[in-house]
Ligand binder design. Sequence first.
Ligand code: F3S
Length: 279
Amino acid sequence: MDVLRAKHAGACYGVGRALDLAQEASCAQGVVCTLGPLIHNPHVVESLERQGVFVAPDVDSVPDGATVVIRSHGVTPDVMRAVSAKAGEVIDATCPFVQRAQVGAEELAARCGCVLVVGESGHPEVEGLVARAKEAQAHVCVVSSVNDIPDDLPQPVGIVVQTTQRSENLNSVIDALRARGIAPEVKNTICTATRKRQDAAASLAQKVDAMVVIGGRNSSNTTRLAEICKARCAKSFHIESAEEIDPAWFEGVDTVGVTAGASTPDDQIKAVEDFLVTL
Ligand code: F3S
C-alpha cells in the first residue's frame, strides 16, 4: 500500500515551540506544570507527565514557587499577573502569532471606541484578546459570524481576529460593516497554518482510497480535518495513535493518505506511516 502524507500536516510552529519550551522546562528544579493541558493531545500530555511536567487546571492549583508554562493560546492579563505572583518562574509559550493578535487588540483599543474580536466566544485565545482590549477601555464584542454584529456600535470600529479563523468569515464581517457605512480598521491576525492543513487534507483525500487523520479526539482542528476528509473520501479514519489501526480498514486499498492536526507531533505521524507501509 502506498502511503502519502498531506503537503501540510501535523504540529504547527506555535505548538512545536510550546512543546520544546515545556520539554526544556522539565529539567528545571522543583515543580514544573503547564496551566491547563499544553495541547489537545492526550498522548503528549501523558508523555510530559512522565517527564515531570504536570497539568495545573487553574491558577489556584499552581504550587507556590513552581515553574509554570503558559500554553500557545495565551492567557488574559489577569491570569498572567496571578500566575506570576505565585510561580517561581513563568515560561510564556504563547504563540508569537497569538501575541501579535494580543498587541493588535491593545492598539485598536487605544485608537477605536469599539473593538470587534472575530472568533469563537469562550475560546481561551479569544478571552485573552477581549481582556486586553477591555483593559484599554474599549467597548468589545466577540463576533463568531456576521449575525453577531450588534446594531449599535460606537465608532471608530477596529477588528482583530482569532488566529484560527477562516478569512471568508472575516471578510463577511468587514463587508457587513461597510454595507452599514462603517469603515473598520482591520488587523488581520489570521495564521495560515490551519487553512494550509485543511486545504492539503482536502486535496489529498480526493486522490486516495483511504485517509487516516491523526490527533486528539478533543482537538477541534483535528476533528475538522477528519470531517473534511470524510466528505471527500468515505474510508476516512480519525485515530489518536497507530495502535488503534485495524488492518481490515484497508482491504482493497492501494493508496492511503495521512494527515494530522496542528497538535500532533511528527513522531506520532511517523509511527502511523511506519505501520501503514507494513500492511
Ligand atoms: Fe500559532 Fe498558528 Fe499554531 S497561531 S499555535 S502557529 S495555528
